[in-house]
Ligand binder design. Sequence first.
Ligand code: NA7
Length: 539
Amino acid sequence: MREFDVIVVGAGFSGLYLLYRLRKLGLSARALERADDVGGTWWWNRYPGARCDVESMQYSYSFSEELQQDWEWSELFSAQPEILDYARHVADRFDLRRDIQFDTTVSSAHWDDDERRWRLETEAGEVFSARHCIMATGCLSTARVPDFEGVDSYQGPTYHTGWWPHEGVDFSGKTVGIIGTGSSAIQAIPVIAEEAGHLTVFQRTPNYSIPSRNGPMTDDYARSWKDGYAESRQAARHTRNGVLARLNPQSAMAAGEAERQAIYEERWREGGTYFMASFGDLATNQASNDTAAEFVREQIRTTVEDPETAELLAADGYPIGTKRICVDTDYFETFNRENVTLVDVSEQPIERITSEGLRTGGRDYTFDAIVFATGFDAMTGTLDAIDIRGHEGRALKAKWEEGPRTYLGLMSEGFPNLYMITGPGSPSVLSNMMVSIEQHVDWVTDAFAHLEANGLETMEPSLEAEDAWVAHNSEVGNTTLYPKAASWYMGANIPGKPRIFLPYIGGVGAYRERCDEIAAKGYEGFELGGGEAEQRKAS
Ligand code: NA7
């Protein structure tokens, strides 16, 4: 058994920054990572076209002035290989690898009430013991292939976007089928279409997507960010999504038709998710949202030459932004290619995977390869896969049977000293993950410093505080249009998963203030105990 102050599960961007901070606190830490290198999401998701849809000047760490000044991005929106290089650079630059054990999958984490320590076991049977356990396991880290009948009968190769082979895949001249039209597919389809002989896209729900207008990074643009980082990073931390997006606070309904159209056109020309900041009430007011959704549908109709295909691609039936808004490079244009076919499976689902392809709508399709761009068991899937037990052997999975219950998305009652970075109930996937990761890591490591300084060992939210946060989370979620869509934000992509709005939508800035206020009040809503302080009290 190996003993540490802290075990961190995962060595993605959360795990790396945690190791950096924990070392500064003088705590012994070990990160256990199932992949063979750092990078988390950017290690796994290597599908063609994989790219971040937050600008790199904003999707990067702010904790080190030297790092943010030195690192140079080659594009406005970096592609996966460059982001992975960045993660590796950070690991090397701060000498973090010596605290990471790769190729290590944690299978269980059990709290020992007597020892007041976590005992973790890996799939290989290794055992670790730590005072604190931090789940830096990511929000979209359990890829999922739907339960298609016959999925094992297919004779050709299959790929999931989230488990892409590291050596790449050669689709040249091949007949390829891709299932799904979420963010991953929307990035992959244009690139695969360039290479494949023929690409057939199976779409169950069309998505709203905004052109990224990606391009090479210019020195001037990079400099404009680097010179102002002190202010801009600080400002981003207090925005709604952790991104400086020039949010127009005005209601779309308050603008006249011509003004509204001009604003949408300008944002569309600029590209990226900033489109959703065109007006302040797109996430909360159906009438306002309708105007943005119709604008995007109109762009699709203008771009896609075949009117029937355009209509199929034009998302309708749920408000824009309530399924993850996508950002693309030539997605809709790709459907003008001769070698691309769109098949609507909304009414006639994919019946089964066959030995040669798949069957839907009474027709058999034959493929040389099938790509599953079918998403993830988001936010809870990875935690569910680990046998996590708190006080008296209580299982987290059982506690969360009807949906995750956390205080601030950071901890769950009954599970002392177990922390989640960007867990359910925190802004996480609705934000610039880098901003949210840094905020959580800072908050948790500051809490460790507080425990240490006060001779305390344990920390756990009270049931009352947790109940209030869960109620608040759902109340805020319900003031928005988000619950109207069958999205992975709502757990709706997994059969049987409770429909709970998983992330916290109160805004990154307001959330941070709440977390800071709680810490300033001596960690209000948390029970702190153990250690010398408890011994002193007892005597
Ligand atoms: P998503 O956004 O969950 O997309 C998955 C896609 O797969 C979506 O279009 C689904 O349609 C489709 N899907 C899933 N199951 C089926 C079945 N059974 N039949 C047909 N189509 C199906 O995952 P992504 O990987 O694209 O993106 C996840 C996040 O990663 C993304 O938001 C970024 O934050 C990064 P549906 O919409 O459910 O009808």
